[in-house]
Design a protein around this ligand. Structure first.
Ligand SMILES: [Zn+2]
Ligand SMILES: [Zn+2]
Ligand SMILES: [Zn+2]
Length: 184
């Protein structure tokens, strides 16, 4: 049996003992970018069986503390985990289906980390989330709103343009998703 030596090395370099649980958690996060803790727990338990959900959550927490795993907490939804750490990349999230994409910091290296006034802090992360709707959800919405009259009702009054992205911290507006009987 040859576990991924790269992951073992990372754990050791960060002062963590190499255990089957930690290896399995790292692998689950690596193979499913932006995974939820529940999915990680399911994967890990499928691989090594004899580990409690709580132990998996604790392991995830320890890996986040050591900066081996990054935790993303989108407003109004479950935390996600990824192993792409240290580059201050941002995320683009669909309001309807919660699909998440990595987005590099807009210009140059990591401009968001260069605050106008850093108040003496050593800043290491800027939490930027682009909210919007992915192409398939947009297509689904235009199908369900193609009848004349229905689209206008959805639009906030006095706002002719629908904002598809925001960078503020307001939670995503709950959307009425029409249940679709079949995928088109
Ligand atoms: Zn979507
Ligand atoms: Zn990411
Ligand atoms: Zn940025």
């Amino acid at each position: 049996m040859t576990p991924v030596p790269h992951v073992e090395l990372l754990l050791r370099q960060h002062g963590l003992q190499v255990t089957a649980g930690r290896l399995a958690v790292m692998r689950a996060v690596s193979s499913h970018p932006h995974v939820t803790a529940d999915v990680v727990a399911d994967e890990v338990r499928a691989v090594i069986g004899s580990i409690s959900r709580q132990a998996v959550y604790d392991t995830l927490g320890a890996l986040v503390d050591k900066n081996l795993v990054r935790r993303i907490q989108p407003a109004g939804s479950a935390a996600r985990y990824e192993d792409r750490v240290g580059d201050n990349h941002h995320h683009l999230i669909c309001r309807d289906c919660a699909t998440m994409f990595d987005i590099d910091c807009a210009v140059g290296e990591v401009p968001c980390l260069t605050a106008d006034d850093d108040h003496g802090f050593e800043i290491d992360e800027a939490e930027v989330v682009y909210w919007g709707r992915c192409p398939s959800c947009r297509a689904a919405r235009s199908e369900t709103t193609s009848e004349p009259g229905t689209d206008a009702a959805e639009r906030p009054s006095g706002n002719p343009k629908r904002h598809v992205t925001t960078t503020d911290s307001t939670p995503p507006t709950p959307t009425r998703v029409q249940p679709r009987s079949s995928e088109q």
